[in-house]
Design a protein around this ligand. Structure first.
Ligand code: BGC
Length: 772
């Protein structure tokens, strides 16, 4: 499966295999928060390839296509847009096109340097006309100047002298692979070209997003002629060289990309040109230096070092790198799609993945504003969530956030997910709690968070119904995190998080009443809240909710009927039946006891403080053998719980599964894009799993490190209430070093310490794990 070299800081592919090209295009993807692209070749490539260039926040509402329309379905499914190609250049060698699919490749190496976000490629290839060339290309998307992309392409004739032309271009003739009606999604409004410049203005056919691309080209090597050209859809500059054997020719393309998300539409072209000119003035070397400095700062807080296990080290850095190049956190209109900028799957939209997985990562590794912006994203979508709930028959300001969204509206259209996977509301509420316990930002709670919580509590209070039979509140007809069963009653996870949301909303209300009471009146008026009626109702529902439990097995029951299913374990499945979603009919999957991803265990993970080790172990031992982990979001949660109950080897195996999911292409689908959101789960497996980091409900920080047998040591950093702590774990001891001069209380294993800002705390590694 793995064709990539193991290296601590680089992803390296040696030798060219066209069958791997689409996988590599995903794996070597680049991004800078504002734009991203798959690792398509710069020169023409006629083999199988998924062209992908994406601009953050720019999407297309593709009209829904379903067999059987159901009331409540959204009109459209948002699609991430494949944007005009700005990396392209055409190379002709003695009149013949350089194309690695038709050329004979003698050597090939592609490297992604995660320290700097630089993608480079070197190859030597012989064209059908017998000419051999050596090419080195380097490119990156500037983190420092997020509207800048730059690429340098150097070609050396190896066995000939003769005419070579290189034509850098901008091309608007692009399509989405994922399009419901095969339409092209862009209008190209304007193209221009000049001796060493070109511009292209593109507009989405719906919603009127506009994006301007400007290139400025600089050339090294004597070109005998230059030309420029534009058509309705593209623009280009052509440089003709009388190339000499052994003499390199080099073209550098500085590209400015400006979108109407950030610029007035009538200034887009001008601003993109300005951006390209400024970068050209700075030059490739200076831009790369800035890039290195920028990444060094990111790595300073977010790096995890693992000694003694190169694969594990590469895996975690790859995950951290991808997360940081997908989301930089300074724009509350943006979010994190499950595939980031690496593919079209999942439409580039926002899922519960952000709150449940990405937020824990950003809370510990980036400034609090980053998480705050992710929370504000949902706050700003609250009116749409209320509208969405209204469409489904709920009222009085009840909010149901969408399962899949770009702008706050639901844009998914499978009933079992759109209407039933309502646990997403819980993750959004939980993220507010997570943010508060890490930052103590009560101002956010009073100004924004509580309003969201009220909408969510109202939803749960209406969605739960009272069963006359059992005299309990029940939540019927849902899909839990395990999407391998639908329309089930009383999914334990959903009911549990609903109870928590109701209680937490009351708690927050009372906190604001106590501490920021002046902010409560306007909020009550805005939400038309009737505290004396609604709060007691929420409380009574929360206190009397059905939380199914199986007395025979002594476990929380995934849903009322789970034990009626034939109980088989994953290890009993025959060879060649996995992944079951590629081998079994959907009907068979739904009837089986197999669990796609952490479900009861997801709840135990979130509310771990409520359970003793025996309860956790018992539930883990029951559910893990029934879980097929066919969602990338699954192994990380199981890994954390395995570490929690002292199953270190199991935790390690699950860690490897999550961290190398893409690099090893476990699910044979990396060609579609990377699993960006689950990469945060990989980070969680180390920091919360092996590191045992917790912030308890009362805001108390705790660490309880263990170390897998395969590692000599590991270290990570976390941010907590403004303090950055470095934690180093060896086979003998745990060293905790604070980096601010602030006093901080911390529990290590079960003892409380106060760190005073200077010097390190050293504690022996506890080998008997997590005894109560
Ligand atoms: C998972 C969901 C997840 C989605 C996007 C699905 O396969 O079951 O939980 O939100 O992928 O990552």
């Amino acid at each position: 499966m793995r064709y990539l070299e193991k290296d601590e800081w680089q992803i390296i592919e040696k030798g060219f295999d066209p069958e791997k090209q689409e996988a590599s295009e995903s794996l070597f993807s680049l991004g800078n928060g504002l734009m991203g692209q798959r690792a398509n070749f710069e020169e023409h490539y006629s083999g199988p390839s998924l062209q992908g260039s994406y601009i953050a926040g720019v999407y297309y509402p593709d009209k829904t296509r379903v067999g059987w329309w159901k009331n409540g379905y959204p009109e459209y499914f948002a699609k991430v847009l494949n944007a005009p190609n700005w990396i392209g250049l055409e190379v002709l060698i003695k009149g013949e096109r350089l194309d690695l699919f038709t050329a004979h490749t003698e050597s090939f190496e592609r490297v992604l340097d995660m320290k700097t976000g630089l993608l480079s490629r070197t190859f030597t290839a012989t064209l059908p006309n017998g000419c051999t060339v050596k090419v080195t290309s380097r490119r990156f998307l500037s983190m420092h100047r997020p509207e800048t992309g730059v690429m340098e392409y150097t070609l050396t004739p190896v066995n000939f002298s003769g005419p070579v032309t290189i034509t850098p271009y901008l091309d608007g003739d692009v399509r989405n692979k994922d399009a419901n009606y095969d339409e092209q999604f862009w209008n190209i409004l304007d193209t221009r070209s000049d001796q060493t410049e070109g511009t292209l203005l593109a507009q989405t056919k719906k919603l009127d997003f506009k994006v301007a691309f400007a290139m400025k080209v600089s050339v090294e090597g004597d070109f005998s002629a230059s030309n420029h050209h534009h058509t309705d859809l593209s623009c280009s500059n052509t440089f003709s060289f009388k190339a000499t054997e052994g003499q390199p020719l080099s073209v550098t393309k500085f590209v400015g990309v400006c979108s109407s998300m950030n610029h007035p539409p009538n200034q887009l072209l001008k601003n993109a040109q300005l951006e390209a000119s400024r970068s050209a003035e700075a030059g490739f070397t200076q831009l790369l230096l800035e890039q290195k400095q920028h990444w060094a700062e990111i790595w300073q807080q977010s790096d995890i070092q693992i000694k003694g296990d190169t694969a594990a080290q590469q895996g975690i850095r790859f995950n951290i790198f991808q997360l940081n190049q997908t989301y930089t956190g300074n724009d509350e209109r943006l979010n994190i799609g499950p595939k980031g900028f690496t593919g079209e799957k999942y439409g580039g939209s926002t899922y519960w993945d952000t709150e449940a997985f990405c937020i824990p990562f950003f809370l510990s590794t980036a400034a609090p504003e980053v998480t705050r912006n992710l929370l504000l994203y949902r706050y700003k979508h609250l009116p749409r969530a209320i509208e969405n709930a209204g469409k489904l028959g709920f009222n009085n300001g009840a909010a149901l956030y969408p399962m899949v969204t770009m702008n706050g509206e639901e844009c998914h259209n499978e009933w079992e997910i759109t209407f039933e996977e309502i646990h997403r509301n819980g993750a959004i509420a939980f993220a507010i709690h997570n943010y508060l316990r890490h930052t103590g930002d009560l101002e956010y709670l009073a100004g924004y968070g509580l309003e969201v919580l009220i909408g969510i509590a109202r939803f749960w209070s209406q969605r739960a119904t009272f069963s006359q039979k059992t005299k309990q509140f029940v939540i019927l007809g849902v899909t839990g995190p395990n999407e391998y069963e639908n329309n089930v009653n009383n999914n334990w996870y959903t009911n549990k998080i609903a109870v928590w949301c109701l209680k937490y909303t009351i708690e927050c209300y009372k906190k604001i009443e106590r501490l920021n009471s002046h902010q409560l009146e306007p909020l009550i008026a805005k939400c038309k809240l009737q505290p004396k009626v609604e709060l007691p109702l929420w409380e009574s529902i929360a206190n009397n909710m059905r939380l199914p439990y199986d007395d025979n097995e002594g476990v929380f029951l995934q849903q009322d009927q789970y034990m009626d299913k034939e109980q088989i374990l994953v290890r009993e499945l025959g060879r060649g039946t996995r992944p079951i979603n590629q081998h079994w009919s959907w009907d068979r999957i739904l009837r089986s006891c197999f669990i796609k991803q952490a479900d009861v265990l997801q709840g135990i993970y979130l509310f771990e403080e409520e359970f003793d080790t025996e309860t956790i172990r018992h539930n883990f031992n029951f559910y893990e053998p029934r879980t097929v982990h066919e969602s990338s979001l699954s192994p990380c949660v199981h890994s954390i719980l395995a570490a929690r109950i002292g199953e270190v080897e199991k935790a390690y195996q699950l860690y490897l599964q999550t961290s190398l999911l893409d690099l090893d292409d476990y699910n044979l689908e990396v060609s579609e894009g990377l699993h960006i959101t689950s990469m945060a789960g990989t980070w969680m497996s180390i920091v919360e799993g092996f590191g045992g980091k917790r912030v308890f409900r009362d805001g108390q920080l705790r660490l309880a490190p263990i170390i897998p047998d395969q590692w000599d040591s590991y270290s990570f950093r976390i941010l907590y209430k403004g303090v950055s702590l470095k934690i180093n774990v060896t086979r003998e001891e745990v060293t905790i070093t604070p980096h601010n001069n602030q006093e901080i209380a911390i529990i290590v294993y079960d003892k409380e310490y106060t760190l005073k800002g200077s010097g390190s705390l050293i504690v022996s590694l506890k080998t008997i794990k997590h005894e109560e």
